[in-house]
Design a protein around this ligand. Sequence first.
Ligand code: KIV
Length: 260
Amino acid sequence: MVTIHDLKAWKAEGRRFTMLTAYDFPTAQILDRAGVPVLLVGDSVGNNVLGYPDTLAVTMEEILHHTKAVARGVEHAMLVADMPFLSYQVSVEEGVRNAGRLVKEGGAHAVKIEGAHLELVQRLVEIGVPVMAHVGLTPQSVHAMGGYRVQGRGEAAHRVAEEAEQLEKAGAFSIVLEAMPADLAAEITRSVEVPTIGIGAGAACDAQVLVLHDLLGINERVPKLAKKFADVRGVMTQAATRFIDEVASGAFPDADHSYE
Ligand code: KIV
């Protein structure tokens, strides 16, 4: 089983690693067996699986439901569950209770929290819940940011770098750096001892994360920060079309797929 100590050791060795989102059992099993060391039940389940326009509507119950499914498919990977919008911002107590549910009921090994919620991070680490931090573009603040924009340009770089350092001090075991200039991500990666996990943050990060539906090409549009490594949308369309055609022509089911 991959642990937070492995990730820190990999950074020290200069061994780059990966994280992918997973939202269901078979996908978790495939990715785990393929050797992806960290699986994230991202709140991106909202826009990638549930059809929401963004991540804001995702509830604790939805994240729990998907975390439980992914946990059933994981043998080796570290399982990180995202804390959804409004599950941790109201009070530290509520954040602790909800993070605890993701571990206790969901089977997560760690939680991910967007932004610099230092007191909550400290409290969770004290009670034994590892925290992955997330700075730069934090999608739960999409409206405050005025859209999905690159963060940390110019003067703002200092604030992002400071947040990352504070989160490390608060006890975060890794930090996601999303959509920021590559030189800022490189500077943060050098300045913290915990691994940085980049998405749209250049090649200097210790690890890279992608949303699975972008990597597989299930989504119609893939954002600039992601890369399509396959055309699963095309494969699914082709398979469905062949099924329609073979049923229409009578080619399926044939004798091989029928019982005596
Ligand atoms: O929810 C998510 O998928 C994420 C990753 C993009 C880091 O937060």
